[in-house]
Design a protein around this ligand. Structure first.
Ligand code: KIV
Length: 268
């Protein structure tokens, strides 16, 4: 079973993928992925929203519980949704606690900034492992004005490095770096003790994470830094069309799909 200690000490590249339901989590675990992130990317990926902002604690909790029930070996990280932390310390702790106590997450992820340093320390003190997240933090989309690359100036790069150090010191067990220059991600990885997990951050991180619907080719769109390793959308389209045609033509259900009970022949 992968633990946060294993992730911290990993010598091989760490593999992380999102999953939002039990069957997908089973497949991800069987494929040997180290960490499943029940990401608030579920907002765009499977809940039909055009950002992560509407995602609720109840949605992340319910989907984390499904993923936790379906897995034994994989570290399950629940993503804390927009405004479920940072409003008050007590509320942030309670919401993170729900993910662990009620949903069965092994850790939580917080989109990080200066406002999450103390909360990270507090959660870790209380026994809730924290994965930090810097660079492009999609919960700030309205402030950032889009989903572009972050930390592209020297000042912003230094700020990010300082925040990475501060979260490592606060006790985070790993750090997601999203959509930042690859050379900065390499420098952060060198500078801090905890592993970095990159998405759109180049090859020099200690691990990589992608969104499952991008990887399997289920969504209609995926970011340019991602890669589609399959074409599940076409396969679902093929199967659904074949089903419709079989019903319309009368070919399905066939005899082997229908059970006849002789004893009730007299009913007619
Ligand atoms: O919500 C998510 O899936 C994420 C990853 C992209 C890191 O935060």
């Amino acid at each position: 079973m992968t633990t946060v200690a294993d992730v911290r000490a990993a010598e091989e590249p760490i593999t992380m993928l999102t999953a939002y339901d039990a069957p997908t989590a089973e497949i991800v675990e069987a494929a040997g992925i180290d960490v499943i992130l029940v990401g608030d990317s579920m907002g765009n990926a499977v809940l039909g929203h055009d950002s992560t902002l509407p995602v609720t604690c109840e949605e992340v909790e319910s989907r984390t519980a499904a993923v936790a029930r379906a897995t034994d070996e994989t570290l399950v990280v629940a993503d804390m949704p927009f405004l479920s932390f940072g409003v008050s310390e007590a509320e942030g702790i309670e919401n993170a606690g729900r993910m662990v106590k009620e949903a069965g997450a092994d850790a939580v992820k917080l989109e990080s900034g200066p406002h999450t340093i103390e909360l990270t320390e507090r959660l870790v003190d209380l026994g809730i492992p924290v994965m930090a997240h810097l660079g492009l933090t999609p919960q700030h989309v309205n402030q950032l004005g889009g989903y572009g690359q972050q930390a592209t100036t020297e000042e912003a790069a230094r700020e990010l490095l300082d925040l990475a150090r501060a979260h490592a010191e606060a006790g985070a067990f790993s750090l997601v770096l999203e959509h930042i220059p690859a050379n900065l991600a390499g420098a952060v990885t060198e500078a801090i003790e905890i592993p970095t997990i990159g998405i759109g951050a180049g090859p020099d991180c200690d691990g990589q994470v992608l969104v499952i619907t991008d990887v399997v080719g289920l969504g209609e769109w995926s970011p340019p830094f991602s890669r589609q390793f399959g074409d599940v959308r076409s396969e679902i389209e093929r199967a659904v069309t074949a089903y419709r045609e079989a019903v319309e033509s009368g070919e399905f259900p066939a005899e082997e799909h229908a059970e006849v009970v002789e004893e009730i022949e007299d009913v007619y």
